[in-house]
Ligand binder design. Sequence first.
Ligand code: DWN
Length: 412
Amino acid sequence: MSTITACRGCGSSDLKEFLDLGETPLADALVTAEVVANPNLEERFPLKVSFCPVCALVQITEDVEPEKLFVDNYLYFSSFSDHLLQHSRAHVMNLVETRGLGPDSLAVELASNDGYLLKNFVEEGVPVVGFDPAPDQAEAANAIGVPTRAEFFGLDAATRLRAEGKAADVIIANNVMAHIPDPNDFVAGMAHLLADDGLITVENPSVWDLVERCAFDTIYHEHFFYHSCTSVKALVERHGLHLNHVEYFPDLHGGTNRWHIGHHDEPSQHVLDRLAAERAAGLHEFAFYADFGHKVDTLRANLLAILRDLKSEGKTIAAYGAAAKGATMLNATGIGTDLVDYVVDRNTHKHGLHMPGTHQLIQDVDVLTAENPPDAVLILAWNFAAEIIAQQADYAANGGKFIVPVPNPHIV
Ligand code: DWN
């Protein structure tokens, strides 16, 4: 663990801090009852966010080893979100059609998790290679016929794959270009692996939405970076690549951009418009981020007021979604078991464990419709609030209420 003092993108020493969320545990490091009984066993790290005025890259300034984040007992499996599965399949089918992919093509996904996306290429007869350092997820992918290498991707991995005579026609990098400590090695690897007429698509939540929607809980040590079109353009051009298009998905992870990147400089009018809009809004300047901390303080105070009012009325409160963002929300806001009794989640790998830092027990979602249901449920996975509320219609029909914390805490 070490403190970052220079921009990880361009090396500038002029990093400007704009948010300090205190010392928090690793957001996906769910804990056992043994750790709950011995809290000193749980590591905490500073969680501070800075802006680089040279390349516009927003980044945390604590360097936690990636093995701690993504290898040791990493429990995030992509296949537990129906919305994400539908989104991913639509992307694959579009690529197969628009890029004319077939048995002589190669599709590569970086951070391919449990094969949730690449399996669609396999079904279409398109050869694939996945990279994911999390052993359980890589094993799950290989088990369903998605060839996956349990390793981090970078220039070295790309060089070895090219040495096998393989260049990628498409490279898909969803929720990973924000998750690697060395963005230059990662992008250099993509540049080396991509065929001359190939396409890279990179998906990450938009830092513009993060600030506008006060989605401070999406800040955690797994997320080294928070990207804009402006920062992505600067990053890829450093490696001879070009940002040629961007798509926007408002309902995915609180607002997600899908950036289209290639070897040739062929920008769409849309991406030029988005870059101009970011510049007009000031995303390339510190002032845009300067008062974000105050917005976070206001959200936290308003959420605590709702929870405390319910408790003063003798209500019981649970939470839904043992999400990484949920760990930041609970820890940075100070929501312990005094306010929220337990958390429910569909991911069976998480059942019986406890939330990092605040230690609420994680149970199956059917607890919400069993005897003694909670009076209210705080939706920590608010990015899936519509899906979750629809899914839990029986709980609502029995009088259950939902609390949605972002962008403005309110009861549904
Ligand atoms: O970048 C990342 C984002 C994209 O996904 C990774 N760092 C890890 C992860 O972050 P997260 O854990 O905040 O993501 P989710 O996908 O918002 O987490 C949702 C949680 O809620 C998962 O544990 C699954 C669970 N869930 C559920 O129990 N029932 C999700 C849905 C949609 C449901 O219906």
